[in-house]
Design a binder for this molecule. Structure first.
Ligand SMILES: [Zn+2]
Length: 295
């Protein structure tokens, strides 16, 4: 498999990448990947990483259920249950924070959030690069296209990226395209995992949210501020996703137990998720954070 190396930090332009951590791909290839950290702004990158041409191979797994709607194991059922709760929570955040007549969900997967927002009366569009996921989304009667470039400019009140930015290769180019499609008073919601969270510190290289090599970027607050600042976007507020501490801790425990989801794994995962949220309170360094940004 061909890999490529990153020379320049897309957030701050620094060439000062330092070794940070080495992680395993637990869900698809079981290969190891290095994560490097920008010594200037703190943005981390999976480096070297698969080229864009062969990245798709690392998404081919029955375990990767962001793209499927079928629930199989107990772990998957927990995920599906949490996802339903999370959909309503995300929608209420959007509704209480921004103008919200029209919405673009980038990396919409199987279109659950779009369908939820559409049922609430919003005009919705989605983008999703996976043809398989797009086909499932289209069955829910929502508009989904392959890429952002084909959508009209100055259109949307709200653009959402729910755990998507960490998968996108071209960060500055994508942020520019999103800015162009946001209307004057629009708001972008960007949810990403936080590698400085207490659960990341606890699990180290078994932290499930490294999810290499599908996650090509790994964010901290500093890294995100650097990236968004350079894209001339301003951060209005940062909202914690407390449920993610539980989900990521459960998954990390499962990886540590060689993929077996036992009652002991569940108890340890739930305990560590709870502990992460408790420890995160002080610095507001929760497992996943939503950056609410405007032009
Ligand atoms: Zn940097």
């Amino acid at each position: 498999m061909t890999l490529e190396t990153l020379a320049v930090c897309p957030a701050c332009g620094s060439q000062n990448f330092l070794d940070f951590i080495q992680c395993k791909d637990y869900t698809v290839s079981h290969e190891s990947f290095h994560v490097k950290r920008c010594g200037t702004c703190g943005l981390c990158a999976t480096c070297p990483r698969p080229t864009t041409e062969n990245a798709a191979a690392y998404y081919e797994s029955t375990d990767y259920i962001s793209h499927s709607s079928g629930a199989k194991s107990l772990m998957d059922r927990v995920y599906v249950l949490a996802r339903h709760f999370t959909l309503a929570w995300k929608y209420s955040l959007v509704k209480s924070t921004a103008n919200h007549r029209s919405l673009l969900d980038v990396g919409c997967g199987t279109g659950d959030f779009l369908a939820f927002a559409k049922a609430k009366g919003l005009t919705t569009f989605g983008t999703e690069p996976s043809a398989k996921a797009r086909a499932v989304a289209q069955k829910k009667d929502v508009n989904v296209v392959n890429s952002i470039a084909s959508l009209p400019t100055q259109t949307f009140d709200v653009i959402t990226l729910w755990h998507v930015l960490e998968h996108i290769y071209d960060l500055p180019g994508t942020l520019d395209k999103l800015k162009e499609r946001l209307n004057e008073h629009g708001t972008i919601f960007i949810a990403v995992p936080n590698y400085e969270s207490p659960d990341a510190m606890h699990y180290k290289n078994t932290w499930a949210a490294y999810d290499v090599p599908r996650h090509v970027w790994h964010f901290s607050k500093n890294g995100m501020h650097s990236l968004l600042g350079n894209a001339s976007l301003s951060v209005k507020k940062i909202v914690p996703m407390k449920l993610d501490a539980y989900y990521v801790s459960l998954l990390s425990e499962k990886y540590k137990a060689d993929g077996k989801f036992t009652p002991a794994v569940a108890i340890r995962g739930l305990y560590n998720g709870w502990k992460s949220n408790l420890l995160a309170k002080r610095e507001k360094n929760y497992s996943s954070l939503i950056y609410v940004v405007t032009k």
